[in-house]
Design a protein around this ligand. Structure first.
Ligand code: B12
Length: 456
């Protein structure tokens, strides 16, 4: 059948002080590609973050970077001038990904698209989005460029004003794109997934991602918790899950068809109510005899981690574990949403250690730079995590519009957070108080890195 239209999908650059490929993939865009393909559109994807692009060798300014095993590693990068609002920050600023000239070459390959879909991930990465859109519009004048993703979801007016896109589509693209394509081209989508039923979605189109080395999987949308600093609930107000057998089938599919062995879970609460998802999924993976490694770069929920689950995780091939703990201060735990307690952490770590995980395998995220937070609170949390026998990892707070903490964040910050998304950048610690100085911060990072585990 002749494809109805050509759609080009673009995952733009990251512009930031620092970025690391911790199993980073444009999952939302790949889901949209899967849906378009089911409706007979021909899809092609350009991944500006492709650090394994074969042509990178010919660009001395952006050599292929060192990669680590299992699908993580550095991005190719080039130093670029900081954008004006950040010009006084004494750190070098980078474009992560392929050089723009290589992107332009990629744009010229293949047939001219009828529409271009561009995604965005962090709000404060928008300069990379703007650059990509400018080059796309130069290459294909008159072709509609459509922007979605988190920059649009959280900062729609800013995106409408500055992105250069012809259309911005907030929210789930599977809802917005069919209407837009109807008005632009008169197209009807014969296949549309039901957003209330995640099992009605086709797989994300990982097979069109150049040089795919790992596959990101999401077993749910949304989160049962309402943590004040997090936007998950705003993006997906209802917590919904897939059928665990369907998830196992997807993993088996990518393993058998494109030979991928590394999988990362993007869920916000993968371990919540484990009998509903984690346990049946792991049993099914074992029954299928899949020899894969699983990575959880996004924080896992601690409370449900029993000894049985710890053993199951180990046996199934879970290799990278990260947990969302945030703080050991009980008042702060209660004030930010009450998802976990100190006892949850110590019991969970004990179970994981019994199951054979070492302290360095058990990464525990600690939020740093919340409005009003003191250095003492962070220090005590680091020491508590270590005393449990796990590895503390500092996660600098990024304020997000529409979260419960947003107004407090705006009031606490010296930066105009509502006007300029660049100031949401977690590297700036944009909401830190005087009770957490830069000197404190450096000492806290050092303390977190020192690997002296009391229980080892
Ligand atoms: C997985 C994840 C990660 C992964 C990497 C993801 C990636 N690709 O970059 C990891 C663990 C590395 C990560 C890291 C961080 N993350 Co994160 N992450 C997520 C998470 C949980 C899921 C994203 C996802 O893929 N969802 C699944 C897909 C299917 O949904 P989607 O991408 O939103 O796409 C849908 C729509 O947006 C839309 N859409 C998307 N693209 C397009 C394009 C078009 C044209 C259209 C029409 C529609 C459209 O349709 C899609 C399908 O429905 C989100 C929270 C969430 N629940 O979304 C946070 C989130 C994006 N992260 C966030 C944060 C704060 C961070 C960190 C700063 C945390 C920290 N302090 O260290 C770091 C920063 C990383 C860095 N500096 O390198 C914030 C955003 C902050 C911001 N200011 O923008 C979020 C929202 C979480 C939160 N706190 O509320 N993250």
């Amino acid at each position: 059948m002749k494809p109805r239209r050509n759609v080009l999908l673009v995952n733009p650059w990251i512009h930031d002080f620092a970025a690391y490929d911790f199993w980073v993939k444009p999952l939302g865009l790949l889901y949209l590609a899967g849906i378009l393909r089911k409706n007979d559109y021909s899809v092609r994807l350009i991944d500006c973050l492709d650090s394994r692009h074969p042509a990178l060798n010919s660009y001395p300014e952006a050599r292929p970077p060192k990669r680590k095993p299992f699908g993580q590693g550095k991005f190719a990068r080039q130093v670029i001038p900081s954008p004006n609002p950040l010009r006084d920050i004494p750190r070098s600023y980078h474009r992560y990904g392929i050089p723009p000239t290589l992107f332009q070459k990629e744009l010229q390959r293949g047939e001219k698209p009828d529409a271009v879909l561009v995604t965005s991930t962090m709000t404060y990465w928008y300069p990379g989005v703007v650059d990509a859109i400018r080059l796309i519009s130069q290459s294909f004048p008159g072709t509609p460029v459509i922007l979605g993703g988190n920059y649009v979801n959280f900062c729609p007016s800013h995106a409408a004003m500055y992105s250069g896109a012809d259309f911005i589509v907030p929210g789930a693209g599977e809802r917005g794109i069919p209407d837009l394509f109807k008005s632009l081209f008169g197209d009807d989508f014969e296949f549309q997934p039901d957003p209330d039923d995640l099992d009605s979605y086709p797989y994300p189109a990982f097979d069109i991602l150049p040089g795919v080395n790992q596959v990101s999987v999401i077993t749910s949308r949304g989160c049962p918790f309402r943590c004040t600093y997090c936007a998950s609930h705003r993006l997906n107000p209802v917590f919904r899950r897939r059928n665990p057998e369907g998830v196992a089938e997807e993993i088996a599919f990518w393993n058998r068809t494109i030979g991928v062995r590394d999988f990362s879970f993007y869920d916000d609460a993968f371990l919540f109510n484990p009998e509903e998802m984690a346990v049946p999924l792991m049993r099914e993976i074992q029954r299928m005899g899949l020899d894969c490694r699983f990575h959880c770069p996004n924080g896992l929920h601690l409370r449900s981690l029993t000894e049985d689950i710890a053993f199951l995780l180990r046996k199934t091939g879970f290799t990278t574990l990260r947990f969302g703990f945030e703080t050991s201060n009980p008042d702060s735990q209660a004030a930010t949403g009450g998802k976990t307690t100190n006892q949850d952490l110590s019991l969970a770590v004990r179970s994981l250690r019994h199951a054979g995980f070492s302290p360095k395998d058990i990464g525990v995220y600690i939020l740093c730079g919340l409005p009003g937070q003191t250095a003492d609170e962070v220090r005590e949390t680091i020491l508590f995590v270590k005393s449990c026998g796990a590895r503390p990892i500092i996660a600098e707070y990024s304020p997000i519009p529409g979260t419960a903490l947003w107004q407090e964040a705006v009031a606490a910050s010296p930066y105009p957070l509502t006007e300029e998304p660049l100031f949401h950048n977690n590297t700036l610690l944009p909401c830190r108080s005087d009770r957490l100085t830069w000197e404190d911060y450096r000492a806290l990072k050092k303390l977190a890195r020192e690997n002296t585990f009391e229980n080892e």
